[in-house]
Design a protein around this ligand. Structure first.
Ligand code: SF4
Ligand code: SF4
Length: 414
């Protein structure tokens, strides 16, 4: 029977072929479609779907991610010709990763908003290429998947959402020594530097399935909860909430008001700078919100407050993904079809300034924020170290701020 790890590798190969095809399409100008179909297929179809996988199990996407396959491939090849490689990341890598991940989320937000990543073939190739270079390069320097554990902003975000996933892995047996066992077929190495025989942190588990095949772990249902976050993870949660707030604002008519007001101050030549500032301002606003709550609740637990922002950020990302799919899903598919197949085509995509209110979609989006508040209300006392009022105040204020934006009409184009 095919092992789960082999199935994961085959799926990585399939997604790798899909990604390579999208990048080839991103290289050429559209002939009949109205946008670069390679870029739109990646950012308007794949990107909004991935967060929904986290509802099943946090970093489930990592099980089929082609860049994890690339990392494994380089890792295996480098065993022969790169004897200088470190066995595991040192403290410096861990510290740099803790700073890099929040910065990377903000940079990604800037790329989306100011550089029109969603529509730009060259930008899409550059971003995916950087990720691939990082994945392969770090595998050349350190054994395992160092990129996935310490540098990939997507994986780190999905790791935060793992607190809300339905399933995770847990050790099958009591702690039984180091990860590598001497017993032939049960020998395995966790590429995420965990010790699955002892404990499996859902923040970092990449579902490579090696520990499952070795009989060291099992798939286990879990209740949504809040994680206790480290400093870097808490900073990431704040940056993520800020970038998502900027992206939400971008979808509403407030964006035009913001750009108009800023251009009046800075001058019409600074459009990209004005838009690039938005994710930074969003992150600042999220940090100020956490600071205000810490002061008002007389708590020092800023990391607990950041943990309570995670369900809010997840609700916002799912709500935005639904908005993107509702607005751009079909036009993007249409673009792909007319570009690749000889079907008759006289249509056009909806205008980018179209705003609309879809009552059912709004109801789902508000339901997501209500679920975020309910989760913190019911689970905060079980979260070690999180004082009651801090979590509640953060999730309430964060959800109210996002709900205020989602109340507005939203763009049907991204
Ligand atoms: S961490 Fe990033 S690169 Fe690694 S498998 Fe997950 S999504 Fe892919
Ligand atoms: S804990 Fe298991 S499934 Fe998760 S990354 Fe490590 S070996 Fe793979």
């Amino acid at each position: 029977m095919t092992s789960l790890a082999t199935t994961s590798r085959l799926l990585q190969l399939a997604t790798g072929i899909g990604l390579a095809t999208a990048l080839l399409l991103a290289l050429r100008q559209p002939v009949r479609a109205e946008a670069n179909v390679g870029a739109t297929a990646i950012w308007l179809l794949w990107w909004p779907v991935v967060p929904f996988l986290a509802l099943l199990a946090g970093r489930l996407w990592c099980a089929v991610c082609p860049l994890a396959g690339l990392s494994d491939l380089v890792d295996r090849a480098a065993r022969r010709f790169a004897p200088w490689r470190r066995r595991a990341p040192g403290r410096r890598v861990q510290r740099v990763g803790a700073v890099w991940l929040p910065v990377a989320i903000v940079l990604l937000g800037i790329a989306f908003l100011a550089l029109e990543l969603e529509m730009s073939g060259p930008m899409t190739i550059a971003v995916v290429g950087l990720f691939a270079l990082g994945s392969a390069g770090m595998a050349l320097a350190i054994r395992g998947r160092a990129w996935c554990r310490y540098a990939c902003p997507l994986g780190a975000t999905l790791g935060l959402y793992a607190s809300l996933g339905r399933w995770s892995l847990r050790p099958l047996s009591p702690p039984a020594g180091p990860t590598e066992t001497p017993s032939g077929p049960r020998l395995f190495r966790c590429p995420a530097y965990l010790n699955p025989r002892h404990s499996i942190d859902p923040l970092h588990c990449q579902f490579c399935a090696r520990c499952l095949d070795a009989g060291a772990a099992q798939i286990s249902p879990r209740r949504p909860s809040l994680f206790v976050l480290g400093t870097g993870e808490a900073a990431l949660a704040i940056a993520l909430a800020g970038v998502l707030a900027a992206d939400t604002l971008r979808m509403t008519p407030l964006f035009i008001t913001y750009v108009g007001a800023m251009l009046d101050i800075l001058g019409p030549a600074y459009y990209r700078l004005v838009v690039a500032l938005l994710p930074l301002l969003g992150t600042l606003a999220a940090a100020l919100l956490v600071g205000a709550i810490i002061v008002s609740t007389r708590s020092r637990d800023w990391r607990g407050a950041a943990a309570a922002l995670v369900p809010v950020a997840f609700a916002a990302q799912l709500g935005l993904s639904l908005q993107h799919l509702a607005g751009s899903g079909w036009p993007t598919l249409q673009g792909l079809i007319v570009e690749l197949l000889p079907v008759p085509w006289e249509g056009h995509l909806p205008p980018s300034e179209a705003y609309s209110v879809m009552p059912f979609l709004k109801a789902v989006q508000f339901g997501l924020f209500a679920a975020a508040v309910a989760l913190v209300v019911y689970r905060r006392r079980r979260t070690q170290g999180l004082s009651g009022n801090t979590g509640l105040a953060t999730v309430s204020a964060g959800s109210a701020a996002f709900a205020g934006l989602f109340l507005l009409p939203m763009s049907l184009a991204c």
